[in-house]
Design a protein around this ligand. Structure first.
Ligand SMILES: Cc1cc2nc3c(=O)[nH]c(=O)nc-3n(C[C@H](O)[C@H](O)[C@H](O)COP(=O)(O)OP(=O)(O)OC[C@H]3O[C@@H](n4cnc5c(N)ncnc54)[C@H](O)[C@@H]3O)c2cc1C
Ligand code: FES
Length: 295
């Protein structure tokens, strides 16, 4: 991605939309308490990546794209045993009646391994949906949204893309993975819009990161009205620099968390306007406007 040279467009600070900060101040976000949810599907969808579908007991409001669930893994005694902290996972999809919530997780340690090993028919202790998600009003019907994701930052972009397309927004996805064996959700994304892929080793799509997709003719031809991103910090920094002063840009931060509900300040990010102020990512985010935070 090369940095756009255009002047800031009206609304580049997301001021025309219902800003995430507005919702925070209004306190309108619903946060559910812990509950045991049935695991109704557990499928390996790539090398070490699993898709888990959790069923809520009854019809429920659809979660906002970008919000997350905090799942309590049960770690076997031979692997260290309980107690452990919950593990935050973005909501990747939701059924029409709001009951079934899909999370997609990569096994990186004991917690994610325990969750990936849970059998269908068992129950998982779940807190959430939690946090403030993406503001879809940032891009009007008929507009264009660019969705940029890397690795385990890709899952929340799927529910986001679905919701944007339902609202009449054209979407382009730029997705980065480690290698060809690591790809997931590609066909599903392709049904919603144009998908550009990069892999670290070049085994699928362009070699490099999503930043290296900027020279692709399809990227050059796509001028977004809003940008939504989730992924590793270097990727978010690049998106912030490339688009943050040009167009309304929202970043979802996947920092390590402890309590997940704003109580412990384990997951903070510095406010751009007041360096003495820290936002709690789990409570005030995980989605922030690009100009709102120092990465
Ligand atoms: C809001 C949010 C949404 C997330 N959504 C997803 C998702 O949809 N899918 C998914 O696979 N993961 C997601 N994650 C990351 C996921 O929570 C961690 O990978 C998981 O908690 C690791 O637990 P573990 O016990 O397996 O690994 P641990 O043993 O705790 O850690 C294993 C390794 O992973 C690193 N690590 C752990 N957590 C993070 C993190 N948050 N960021 C960077 N490195 C980390 C550790 O430093 C260590 O090197 C999300 C995190 C947040 C905060
Ligand atoms: S994890 Fe405790 S405040 Fe965010």
């Amino acid at each position: 991605m090369t940095e756009p040279t255009a002047s800031p467009r009206p609304g580049s600070d997301c001021s025309g939309s219902d800003r995430p900060g507005t919702a925070r101040l209004a306190g309108v976000i619903r946060r559910d308490g812990p509950q045991l949810l049935d695991l109704v599907a557990n499928t390996r969808i790539a090398g070490d990546v699993f898709s888990l579908v959790l069923r809520r007991p009854e019809t429920a409001p659809a979660p906002q794209p970008g919000t997350f669930l905090d799942l309590l893994p049960v770690i076997p005694a031979q692997s260290g045993g309980a107690p452990v902290l919950r593990r935050p996972l973005s909501i990747a999809d939701c059924s029409a009646d709001g009951r079934d919530l899909t999370v997609i997780l990569r096994v990186v340690g004991a917690g994610s391994a325990a969750l990936a090993g849970q059998p269908v028919g068992s129950q998982i202790d779940v807190l959430g949906p939690l946090g403030h998600g993406f503001d879809l009003d940032a891009v009007p019907a008929g507009g264009r949204a660019l969705l940029v994701g890397g690795g385990v930052g890709v899952p929340p972009l799927y529910l986001l893309a679905r919701r944007l397309v339902e609202r009449g927004v054209q979407v382009q996805m730029r997705l980065g993975f480690r290698d060809a064996g690591d790809l997931f959700l590609i066909e599903e994304f392709a049904r919603l819009g144009e998908v550009l892929i990069s892999t670290d080793d070049g085994s699928a799509g362009a070699r490099g990161t999503v930043a290296d997709l900027a020279g692709d003719p399809r990227a050059l031809a796509f001028t977004p009205d809003g940008v939504f991103a989730c992924g590793p910090l270097p990727m978010l920094r690049h998106v912030q620099a490339a688009f943050g002063t040009v167009v309304c840009t929202q970043l979802s931060l996947e920092e390590r968390m402890a309590c997940g509900v704003g109580a412990c300040y384990a997951c903070v990010v510095t406010d751009a306007a007041d360096r003495d102020h820290q936002h709690r990512i789990c409570w005030d985010g995980p989605v922030f406007r690009a100009e709102e935070v120092v990465l």
